[in-house]
Design a binder for this molecule. Structure first.
Ligand code: TRP
Ligand code: SF4
Length: 353
């Protein structure tokens, strides 16, 4: 279905904004899937710090620390810095150059019609998002993607419209510009929708940083247990003697994701017969989550204790990403009638982290 990239192995690209320490929802919704994609594909995973500025420009003070936390969580979750290219968006100035060039062929109406544009302006009423940069958010994302000429972009449903716009931009670009041999420069990437199980937060709503109902990948065991204790349960189970239904309980949803078949059977049996209490049931859910997070937290500690190693990993990722991005840009500059040499300073700089 997808156009294979010329070098054979298919390429995957995705990224996240630096929102700080990641939670179980980020993990099940994205990272967990990315880890599995590393084996069959050449993967590029990055942190979109410029995208953070589109909404946080008035106070960027949290961006460096948040970027650091996301890198640690990427590595902790099992993204492999040898196989995959892990990098920071702002360290690859070619994305910005490409964004500018793509802006020449992007109609403002396309950007205004992206659903997240108006939605986010509504959601973040405390900020002035009537900026050029915020309108351009999805175009910057298109540049992030197309510059690596990937086959697949694994994202959640909320990002599907951005990938769709990216495909439109690629088509428009390809109509105007071609390689000297007439072939197309930008393959249309396909969205790889992450199958995301329903992951409730501790208040029963979708787990989300903005609801303050998250369990972090880096939460220590006592914290996880403390967060689960007051968690919302099946409202029909008012008293210990009332039977409940795990299908109507957020704790039941957690069991379905993290517990063994054996534990899950005990939950169904115990809940529907009022044979177990919710406190016990929650402690089993906590056990399962703690167990699931143990290897992740072990890796995180390893990288936290080796900041020089993380710096080295990022420097290497930046180098590899820049080389790949520059390869596309040479074709793009030439096709768009620009000097084909690299603009001074764009390839040499190797910013420290
Ligand atoms: N908009 C994405 C998000 O909010 C982050 C992002 C920026 C991204 N550029 C990207 C995701 C390119 C995938 C591909 O999560
Ligand atoms: Fe939910 Fe478990 Fe209580 Fe049943 S026993 S209502 S599944 S917490």
């Amino acid at each position: 279905v997808a156009i294979p990239s010329s070098e054979g192995r298919k390429r995957v690209l995705s990224g996240m904004r630096p929102t700080g320490k990641l939670h179980l929802g980020n993990y099940m919704g994205a990272l967990h899937n990315w880890v599995r994609l590393q084996d069959p594909y050449d993967c590029y995973f990055f942190i979109a710090d410029w995208h953070a500025l589109t909404t946080d420009y008035a106070d960027p003070s949290q961006i460096p620390a948040n970027t650091r936390e996301v890198i640690l969580d990427y590595l902790a979750a099992g993204l492999d810095p040898e196989g995959s290219v892990l990098f920071i968006q702002s360290h690859i100035p070619q994305h910005a150059e490409f964004h500018l060039l793509l802006s020449m062929i992007t109609s403002i109406g396309w950007l205004e019609r992206v659903p997240s544009y108006k939605e986010q302006q509504e959601n973040l009423k405390d900020r002035d998002l009537s900026t050029y940069g915020f309108l351009g958010y999805p175009l910057l994302q298109a540049a992030d993607i197309l510059i690596y000429q990937p086959d697949y972009v694994p994202v959640g449903q909320d990002q599907a419209a951005h990938v769709e716009l990216t495909r439109e931009i690629a088509r428009r670009f390809n109509q105007f510009y071609k390689r000297p041999d007439g072939s197309e420069i930008l393959p249309e990437p396909q969205v790889l929708l992450t199958p995301s199980p329903k992951l409730p937060g501790t208040d029963g709503r979708k787990m989300s940083k903005s609801y303050g109902n998250t369990i972090l990948l880096s939460d220590p065991e006592p914290e996880i247990r403390a967060k689960l204790k007051p968690m919302v349960t099946d409202p029909a189970r008012v008293r210990r003697t009332d039977p409940g239904n795990p299908d109507k309980c957020p704790v039941g949803d957690l069991h379905k994701i993290f517990s063994s078949q054996e534990t899950l059977a005990k939950v169904y049996d115990g809940c529907t017969t009022a044979g177990i209490g919710c406190i016990e049931c929650k402690s089993w859910a906590a056990d399962a989550i703690v167990q699931h997070l143990a290897p992740i937290q072990q890796r995180r500690t390893h990288f936290e204790q080796n900041p020089a190693l993380v710096t080295e990993i990022l420097a290497d990722g930046d180098r590899r990403a820049r080389a790949r991005a520059e390869q596309t840009m040479q074709q793009v500059r030439s096709a768009m009638g620009l000097a084909t040499t690299t603009p001074a300073g764009i390839s040499e700089s190797s910013p420290a982290v």
